[in-house]
Design a protein around this ligand. Structure first.
Ligand SMILES: [Zn+2]
Length: 165
């Protein structure tokens, strides 16, 4: 159990009734605290068979990822990926299709479901912003140190399917 107090009334959360660490219940107001993964979104932009990657600052500083972020509450998932990608890279994108969906367990404090979208650049020039300090296109052979194991899986899939080389 990762949370101890009820977000509604401040009462103590307990798994005594539910016996499920993912569904603690408030001992005061009976609110059930469902612990679900957050949704992460990333966009795959490829130019000349090279993949656009971002060098992170903050969490996982100095390591690289496919530009990504979280879907916010009340935000459409397609709007989220376009917003995050623009904030981090300065590029406006059009989403082509969902490339793959994977569960991320690398951070035990925050499991996520990651959605990687295939995208095309509509406008703008590459300029790192928000959580990124650098953006650059990389070929498969020159891929830098990656922050997330699932990005590695996605990159392998892109290589196998001939999108990057
Ligand atoms: Zn409560």
């Amino acid at each position: 159990m990762r949370y101890h107090f009820c977000p509604k009334c401040g009462g103590t959360l307990s798994i005594e009734k539910t016996k499920d660490p993912n569904k603690p219940k408030c001992t005061q107001c009976s609110f059930t605290f469902y612990q679900n993964p957050a949704v992460g979104v990333a966009a795959i932009v490829i130019k000349d068979k090279k993949l656009l990657m971002g060098k992170r600052q903050g969490s996982y500083a100095g390591q690289w990822c496919i530009p990504c972020g979280y879907v916010e509450w009340d935000e459409d998932v397609y709007d989220a990926v376009v917003r995050e990608f623009f904030e981090e890279t300065g590029l406006k994108i059009n989403i082509s299709y969902v490339y793959t969906v994977l569960s991320n367990f690398h951070n035990p404090a925050q499991h996520t479901v990651g959605i990687w979208f295939m995208a095309e650049v509509a406008s703008g020039t590459e300029e790192a912003g928000d959580d990124l300090e650098e953006v650059e296109y990389f070929s498969y052979a020159d891929m830098p140190v990656l922050a997330f194991p699932t990005d590695r899986d996605v990159i392998e899939k892109l290589k196998t399917e001939g999108f990057i080389n």
